[in-house]
Design a binder for this molecule. Structure first.
Ligand SMILES: Nc1ncnc2c1ncn2[C@@H]1O[C@H](COP(=O)(O)OP(=O)(O)O)[C@@H](O)[C@H]1O
Ligand SMILES: CC(=O)N[C@@H](CCC(=O)OP(=O)(O)O)C(=O)O
Length: 285
């Protein structure tokens, strides 16, 4: 290929992105990055560069991060066994300390530092400053659901062109203590509060598939009726259930569209948003 045609191809790639950039200027995208998509530091770097790119073209990215795998590892190092009920970590007094420490001292600062290193501006915001909650079930201990979001800090950060990076913990309205919140549910609550144009989940699967183990069975687009049918058939199970259920709730609450993408694919975010063919599963009402 001649130098000139290679250069022209680069221009074509940029021009394919142009209508998306024009359409999304000033829009808020809530991006949830799961612990399972944060295993490989090279891919995390690529993802965070994409976030800086989004911000640079006038989109307002807001990040809610998980950290389930890192929390389980920290528990193991402290001699504690991780236990889950329907995807929720059973969280006793000792566990909530580990959850808070892992999120506040390891995961959150890592994301903030990297965004800053890539030339963006990020600010870490503890979920307790944003999410108000209540305990879910006695058997889960200090696990909460979000009852309200305080948007002041997020809006101030966005106005100052900072990317807010929020951890999945909430302030318990009754006791004032910290509650451990499933990061998917925290992301949905915040996306709804912000009326985000898009809610994007980065996980460790291609999207919703008919057969987990066969990527060629990826389902590109889903609505409420098809989700219910797939759940009834047991095709959507485990960790995917809270993701799709809370996604539908967010859509009903005013979020524009939900995307499930594979965070292990290099530059998954840019590919999903700025190219004509998405790479994951799109959920709409
Ligand atoms: N139909 C399905 N398609 C894809 N993944 C599914 C499906 N049903 C269940 N899953 C499970 O959902 C998991 C993703 O949810 P989860 O583990 O909670 O991710 P994260 O840690 O990123 O939040 C997948 O790893 C997969 O095991
Ligand atoms: C209540 C509950 O289960 N909280 C989660 C919070 C982190 C999370 O959800 O992280 P991922 O997105 O990486 O799974 C936990 O303790 O693992």
């Amino acid at each position: 290929m001649s130098d000139l045609s290679a250069q022209t191809q680069k221009a074509d790639v940029l021009l394919e992105a142009l209508p998306y950039m024009q359409g999304f200027r000033g829009c808020t995208f809530l991006i949830k990055v799961g612990g399972s998509a944060m295993e490989d530091p090279v891919v995390v770097d690529q993802f965070l560069r994409d976030v800086v790119f989004l911000e640079a073209v006038g989109i307002n990215p807001v990040i809610v991060h998980g950290g389930g795998k890192a929390i389980s590892k920290a528990m193991q190092e402290s001699g504690l066994e991780a236990r889950f009920i329907n995807g929720m970590r059973v969280t006793d007094e000792e566990t909530i300390k580990i959850v808070e420490q892992t999120l506040a001292r390891v995961i959150n600062p890592e994301i903030v530092t990297k965004i800053n290193a890539f030339g963006g501006k990020a600010v870490g915001i503890p979920g307790t400053e944003v999410f108000q909650g209540q305990r879910m079930k006695a058997e889960l201990g200090w696990v909460g659901e979000v009852t309200d979001c305080k948007l002041g800090l997020i809006q101030a950060a966005v106005a100052g062109e900072f990317v807010p990076v929020v951890s999945p913990v909430a302030r318990d309205l009754e006791s004032g203590k910290t509650l451990n919140v499933n990061a998917d549910l925290a992301a949905c609550a915040l996306a709804t509060g912000l009326k985000a144009t898009k809610l994007i989940f980065l996980s460790d699967v291609r999207g919703v598939m008919r057969d987990h183990k066969d990527e060629s069975t990826l389902i590109p687009s889903l609505d409420e009726a098809s989700i219910n049918a797939l759940k009834a058939d047991g095709i959507i199970s485990g960790g995917m259930i809270p993701k799709v259920d809370s996604s539908l709730e967010s859509l009903r609450g005013g979020v524009g569209k939900v995307h499930l993408i594979d965070g292990r694919i290099p530059h998954a975010l840019i590919l999903e948003i700025f190219t004509d063919r998405g790479i994951g599963t799109e959920i709409h009402l």
